[in-house]
Unconditional design. Structure first.
Length: 135
């Protein structure tokens, strides 16, 4: 299922065939991200669902406020969308998230993911929280 998620991660209307995460899984991810203080507690579940599954853009949608490090956001995106088309994936990440109220630096994120997946550096701090949420 994760392979299709990134294809759905568009900030426009996408075909329902790409909506591959169940409402329960979206709810679990949303609750976990809030519980672990990774995203702003006021982030509606519909915004997480839209970013991960696509569909109709909520009228109130605004970029999701990511409270932890940019490298942890990169880790989260890479874990959820590991087989995605990389260029689209990072462009969408830049539109869908704000790291401490700033647009993410996608070049730094891509570089960090390459280094962690290549074994040159360790996973970012708090990566265990993401692993726990995505179990």
């Amino acid at each position: 299922a994760a392979a299709f998620i990134a294809c759905a991660m568009t900030l426009a209307v996408v075909p329902s065939a790409f909506a591959c995460m169940s409402e329960d899984k979206i709810g679990t991810i949303h609750a976990g991200l809030i519980d672990k203080k990774i995203i702003n507690s006021e982030t509606p579940e519909s915004h997480i669902e839209y970013v991960l599954n696509g569909g109709e853009r909520p009228d109130t949608f605004k970029a999701i406020s990511w409270l932890k490090s940019q490298s942890l956001l990169a880790y989260f995106i890479n874990k959820i969308c590991s087989q995605a088309h990389a260029n689209n994936l990072w462009a969408i990440t830049r539109q869908a998230f704000r790291v401490k109220e700033r647009e993410p630096n996608v070049n730094a994120m891509k570089n960090g993911v390459s280094k962690t997946t290549g074994g040159w550096i360790k996973n970012p701090k708090n990566s265990d929280l993401i692993d726990e949420i995505l179990e």
